[in-house]
Design a protein around this ligand. Structure first.
Ligand SMILES: Nc1nc2c(ncn2[C@@H]2O[C@H](COP(=O)(O)OP(=O)(O)OP(=O)(O)O)[C@@H](O)[C@H]2O)c(=O)[nH]1
Ligand SMILES: [Mg+2]
Length: 357
């Protein structure tokens, strides 16, 4: 099967929809269906998507941003937040229209486990509660269990104040993904129609805060601090065990404990370094941002081109990759007509909005 041609780098006014959620919930799968592109999907328990990436819906001005989920390794949370923050800020400063956010959760999980709760908290802090009207809470994997069970789980998600109730009360919509391209497009259309907004994290960064001073950054710093305290406790225990092993002249055991202690110390140092970086990640960014504004004011075309190129690097080299992926999306035969329809639809909405402005 061939895919619609015309994949291109995003231009000012193009529409951005960000996809967030815990590892393995189906973010990349959803994007594969929606775009007909070969987005790498995970088959193991390990996180699959490690970097933020942008994918175009063919023949449309809509781009989906795939993000890695926050997991249990606190140091990588810092990198993930950095990636999301940089991507959002570049989108906003390059005039792209961030119009919607999808928060993905598998319907096979009725309860929100530790990492799901953490991702939900991060999602709220990145977006800001006042922007929930731009968000859609999406459930996936409906085909993996009986429908009644899924509906029961969905009810729990919707009504539990610790899960989605508050977000729905604040205006978030909910949707079910039906493992097909038309279903993906039905979810994307209403988000693409919304007007652009600036996520809370980006607002805070643009105000000159360090990443560690933003709501989302504070959450990551606190999590690292908590993990660091546990590690320091563990290190103290290991030290006691080590001294005891020496007293008992058990050299082999002492050696093993010493190695374990070294590993714990290394992790503590990594955590300290991550905290340090988060706390000071303003100066570079903020100054760069200020410089960009200044050079823009002076009308430096060259600078604008450089930013456009930079945004271009986010885009997966879609056209070439997309051609060989018929197997990835069973229903992608519908991609062309739907994407063309989406394009017309969204371009018309953008035009309408422009006229209103
Ligand atoms: N049947 C079904 N399987 C799904 C669905 N979504 C995801 N899966 C499966 O779940 C696994 C993980 O999916 P991914 O799309 O890689 O998940 P992800 O959210 O991108 O994960 P990370 O990249 O690790 O953050 C894969 O084996 C998918 O095939 C869905 O809606 N239906
Ligand atoms: Mg992924």
């Amino acid at each position: 099967m061939t895919y619609p041609q015309g994949l291109r780098d995003p231009r000012p006014g193009d529409i951005i929809i960000v996809v967030m959620g815990t590892t393995g919930v189906g973010k990349s799968t959803f994007i594969s269906y929606a775009t007909g592109q070969n987005v790498k999907v995970g088959n193991t328990l390990e996180a699959c998507t490690s970097k933020t990436g942008m994918y175009q819906i063919p023949n449309s001005n809509i781009y989906l941003v795939d993000t890695p989920g926050f997991d249990d390794t606190y140091v990588s949370d810092k990198d993930i937040l950095e990636g999301i923050s940089d991507c959002l800020r570049e989108c906003v400063s390059d005039g792209l229209k961030v119009s919607g956010i999808l928060y993905v959760h598998p319907i096979t999980e009725a309860r929100m486990k530790g990492s799901a709760m953490k991702n939900l908290r991060m999602f709220r802090k990145v977006m800001g509660d006042g922007n929930m009207g731009q968000c859609c809470l999406l459930t996936t994997k409906w085909s993996l269990q009986p429908r009644e069970k899924s509906e029961d789980f969905e009810h729990q998600l919707k009504t539990n104040p610790h899960f989605w109730k508050l977000l729905i009360d604040q205006g978030a919509s909910i949707a079910r993904f039906g493992d097909s391209q038309p279903s993906a497009m039905q979810i994307i259309y209403p988000l693409a129609k919304k007007s652009g907004f600036v996520p809370q994290l980006t607002k805070e960064i643009n105000e000159g805060k360090t990443l560690g001073e933003t709501e989302a950054g504070i959450e990551v710093l606190d999590n690292i601090e908590e993990a660091k305290k546990k590690h320091e406790e563990e290190k103290r225990e290991l030290q006691k065990d080590y001294e005891e092993a020496l007293r008992n002249r058990d050299k082999k055991l002492a050696q093993m404990i010493a190695e374990e202690k070294q590993r714990v110390e290394k992790e503590i140092n990594e955590m300290r370094a991550a905290q340090e970086e988060l706390r000071k990640k303003r100066d570079d960014d903020y100054e760069t941002f200020q410089r960009e504004i200044a050079s823009e004011r002076q009308g430096r075309k060259r600078d604008k081109e450089r930013r456009t190129n930079r945004i271009g690097r986010w885009v997966v080299r879609g056209a070439t990759v997309a051609i060989g992926v018929g197997a990835t999306v069973a229903t992608a035969g519908l991609a062309a007509p739907l994407a063309v329809a989406a394009y017309g639809f969204v371009e018309a909405a953008a035009q309408e909005q422009k006229e209103r402005e």
